[in-house]
Write a protein that binds this ligand. Sequence first.
Ligand code: XIL
Length: 379
Amino acid sequence: MGFARFCLFLMFVSSMVFMASCSKTDGKKESLGRGLKDAYKGDFLIGAALGRPYILGQDSVADMLIKKHFNTISPENDMKCELIHPEWNKYYFDIADKFVELGKENNQFLLGHTLVWHSQLAPFVTKITSADSLRLFMKEHISTIVGRYKGKINAWDVVNEALNEDGTMRKSIFYNLLGDQYIIDAFRLAQTADPKAELYYNDYNIEQPAKRKGAIELIKKIQAAGIRIDGVGIQGHWSIRGLPLEDIEQSILDYSALGLKVMLTELDITVLPNPWDLRGADVNQNFEGSAMMNPYPQGLPDSMQVKLAMEYESLFDLLVKHKDKVSRVTFWGVNDESSWLNGWPIRGRTNYPLLFDRNYQPKPAYYRVMSVKDEEKRP
Ligand code: XIL
């Protein structure tokens, strides 16, 4: 083959390769389209908590949705103590490993949820009665898990829900045996096991003034001990009865003034009544099977869809206003069907707290959240 013909041949081959790669990426773009994460690119990450079926990729429609809309994922349950560390010397890493693989494939920012929490503890931990044993548990638990995922899991909810509503320390097994030093120890252990991972304190209602004050004190204690804390997660389990927007805004300002990233880490908006909403209701009363507490088993009325959409829109307006301080918004679930709010605080109800419906279709709330960004582009 002459030189000229060889050059022509090379041009032909490279143009074929180019066309093939174009059609590949175009195809990918077409099938995925613009998702939530793209709309909010440059503002903050958008995430979802994944239950086990999603981590295992058991539904191809859901797989696509998760890839399209979210650039960060949290494991809904599979890294909690009772599942990942069920016995003293037994760890079960299979699902957490799959979670890490999935996130790597999708190029997502990965959360480890959660290292030290009084709930969903393995039974052997709840039986510990001495400070030394509990300290040993914390050391082994944190260094083994964070160590295994060093350089893979990007950030950890190191301590979850350490506070009471009035801002005092929750009398958990950790507090009862170790005092508030356990918080500092947990962050120190996590920092040692993976010095590059981001470390967060995570809790619900810490946008509320009294609890917020407690959270600020707790964060300052960690900082005063010379231990790194990178962010604070406001869980964000709110109700359609009204979001506490002023408290959320003040919290964003107050937490960020401590030098921390602020995140909504478990966002959902229940549309159902809760026992504590009812005047004089006994929270322990059994509401299961009560029609009054499960008003929309056949579908959400339009007026409620609109209300939900408006609540989500006002929240995202606020978050965008503070996009320099807010680093991530994670929804607690993928679609209404799989939300934990169908089963909590009353089992067997039909709730509609998220942006995607039971068929993985976007709801009016989704379009309002997207429109917050479209409106920005308008002249
Ligand atoms: C919830 C899960 O969504 C449920 O599947 C599980 O049964 C209980 O825990 N705060 C947290 C989350 O930090 O881990 C909780 O997740 C919801 C409240």
